[in-house]
Design a protein around this ligand. Structure first.
Ligand code: PAF
Length: 281
């Protein structure tokens, strides 16, 4: 695996792939790799001759400095995992490479970024869109793979790519779960053993919601079922239950008749977890 710290090196590497007619799939990450990331690498491999990964802990998407400081980071371990996965090239830039001194350009999907999780994390999706636009422009892949778990992030990136005419496809990949159903996340390592066990309630509530939609239900009934399941777990502090139209993320009400996304967030101790499910009635 070629490790490229500079824009010039990753561009030259990708150009080399293209010169011999090879297609490139990209997986952007902030490191702390887990099975969820590796499943994105495998999907990229299925569709492309070459897989390029990025590791960059993006400061502009963290609201609180403390959150950034606590973000787990172990480049040596991540590099080993990527090598084992057969990734062809890794872009591993510094903050100054991505945000050069005097930098003042941002990218923002104004509506999509400022609803739902965007309301409680102001600036977060602006930071995500800004860094992903830069990574796309630097790496110039044919397609980029993102987990459906970060559902709003996926919709923000799809909209940005459409609006800015980036010549690439954005592929959403189903959430990878632990054996008990907990969605894989870099944050899971920060859960206490008791909170780790309790956190399975998120997936349980989503499965119950899916069954309700299959039988025909309303948005209010869905929300109240999810709330009551999560509140039955004393270690969970429910932060949000949103039922929205799948792509616009607009709030809906009444009977569920269109494809919806349910987006949850809850705290377990000091760790905020999210989970989601897209459901077609
Ligand atoms: O999902 C992530 O890990 C990050 O938000 C991303 C897309 C790599 C941008 O920093």
């Amino acid at each position: 695996m070629k490790i490229c710290p500079s824009v010039e090196e990753i561009r030259a590497t990708v150009a080399g792939f293209r010169q011999v007619g090879e297609s490139v799939g990209l997986v952007t990450t902030m490191g702390a790799l887990h099975e969820g990331h590796l499943s994105l690498m495998r999907r990229a491999r299925e569709g492309h001759d070459r897989v390029v990964a990025t590791i960059f802990v993006n400061p502009t998407q963290f609201g609180e400095v403390a959150d950034l400081a606590h973000y787990p980071s172990d480049d040596a371990r991540d590099i080993d995992l990527l090598q084992d996965e057969g990734v062809d090239a890794l872009f591993l830039p510094t903050v100054e490479t991505i945000y050069p001194p005097g930098d003042e350009t941002i990218v923002e999907t104004i509506e999509l970024a400022n609803k739902l999780h965007g309301k409680v994390r102001p600036g977060h999706f602006r930071g995500v869109a800004t860094v992903v636009a830069r990574l796309f422009n630097i790496c110039q892949p044919d397609a980029a793979y993102f987990g459906e778990k970060d559902y709003q992030q996926l919709q923000v990136i799809k909209r940005m790519v459409r609006d800015l005419h980036f010549p690439l496809e954005v592929v959403g990949v189903a959430t990878v779960r632990e054996a008990d159903g907990l969605a894989m996340s870099s944050r899971n390592v920060r859960l206490t053993p008791e909170d780790r066990t309790a956190a399975v309630v998120l997936n349980q509530s989503l499965s119950a919601a899916e069954a309700l939609v299959a039988d025909g239900t309303t948005v209010d009934a869905l929300k109240s079922e999810i709330r009551s399941i999560i509140r039955s777990e004393p270690r969970a502090v429910l932060r949000a239950v949103d039922v929205v139209a799948a792509e616009s993320l607009d709030a809906i009400d009444g009977p569920v008749t269109e494809k919806i996304a349910i987006m949850l967030s809850a705290e377990f101790g000091s760790v905020l977890l999210i989970d989601q499910r897209e459901i077609t009635p």
